[in-house]
Write a protein that binds this ligand. Structure first.
Ligand code: 13P
Ligand code: SF4
Length: 322
């Protein structure tokens, strides 16, 4: 098994051109491809992308693109969303194993039973879930439109919100709406240490803590600003503060540093000493794998048409409501 992997890696490395950026640019033209990248991707991938954004912006780009091929530099549920919106296009994910701990925390059979136990509830699902969960949902949301979407639901309509309990709790706080929460979570956003963040704030009294709503309440309560990755980026550009402690995946700091070169961005520390605040799923994608995916037109995202159609409806509702 190990020898096979080594052989495969060696074979793939021998296919790599010296100028990967140039080769990717050439393949974009040849395939009429667009490269979409999430802010959590490594810097080199962000630098080669045609569009970098948060989950909502990337879904919009995927819905509007005229390209024949979508190369999705993100995780599986994001590429799946692009495929749901574009059944006739080739959607490539550089590493098919780039999953998501949050999506995995919501197994379809268990969620179906949860939903069946509350038949009068409307199901709002965070986009970080599988196509099977989307297919069981009434409306999809992202971290940038969750509050706006929940605010549009009639007050007497009970709601199930899944799969992220932290985003759900944040939305409850912001909207004053009671919601039944699925108890899922993201391993990256639950690893931040409240104690170390407090220590950093003492060390840098001028710093502002900016946090993603997937973080636990213990972290969010210290934040000066809470928002999606694109909202955090915008806030860091507009705030007069010069130092930020950033409580989300540190890939976003690449764009923060680019747009505000004079400011200091400190990644919020995890509870242990590893780099566990880096998303291990997002980081499976590399520039090399992105090139190979374009060259080989694989790995490709596919799904059953009945699941795709069922998952499309709640995504379209989200795009209409946000
Ligand atoms: P946004 O892209 O909505 O900021 O969400 C971050 C995230 O965790 C994506 O996996
Ligand atoms: Fe999933 Fe968390 Fe990684 Fe986002 S950061 S892709 S929610 S595991």
């Amino acid at each position: 098994m190990f020898a096979t992997t080594l052989k495969r890696d060696a074979a793939q490395t021998s296919q790599l051109p010296l100028d990967l950026f140039g080769a990717i640019a050439g393949l974009k033209k040849e395939l009429n491809a667009v490269v979409l990248a999430h802010y959590y991707q490594e810097g080199d991938i962000q630098d080669t992308a045609d569009f970098i954004g948060d989950s909502l912006q990337l879904s919009r780009q995927a819905a509007d693109t005229s390209a024949d091929v979508i190369v999705f530099a993100g995780v599986h549920f994001m590429a799946e969303t692009a495929k749901i919106l574009n059944p006739d296009k080739l959607v490539l994910l550089p590493d098919l194993d780039a999953g998501c701990s949050l999506a995995d925390s919501c197994p379809p059979a268990e969620f179906a039973a949860f939903k069946a136990a509350h038949p009068d509830h409307l199901v709002i699902s965070y986009i970080n879930c599988s196509a099977a969960i989307k297919a069981m949902s009434d409306i999809i949301c992202t971290s940038s439109n969750a509050v706006k979407i929940v605010n549009q639901i009639p007050a007497d309509q009970p709601i199930i919100f899944g799969p992220d309990r932290n985003l759900g709790r944040y939305v409850i706080k912001e909207t004053g709406r009671e919601m039944l929460l699925w108890q899922g979570a993201c391993m990256v956003h639950e690893i931040f240490s409240e104690k170390k963040i407090i220590g950093l704030k003492i060390e840098h009294p001028e710093a502002e803590l900016i946090a993603h709503p997937e973080c636990e309440e213990a972290v969010l309560r210290h934040a000066q600003f809470i928002g999606s990755t694109s909202a955090l980026l915008k806030y860091s550009q507009q705030s007069s503060t010069n130092t930020f402690i950033v409580a989300t995946e540190p890939g976003i700091i690449h764009q923060m540093q680019r747009s505000s070169p004079g400011k200091q961005f400190i990644p919020a520390p995890p509870t242990n000493s590893c780099a566990c605040n880096e998303c291990p799923h997002m980081r499976l994608n590399t520039l090399e794998k992105l090139y190979l995916a374009m060259k080989n037109k694989a790995p490709e995202i596919t799904m059953a048409e009945d699941v795709r159609l069922a998952a499309l409806r709640p995504i379209e509702r989200m795009l209409e409501m946000s």
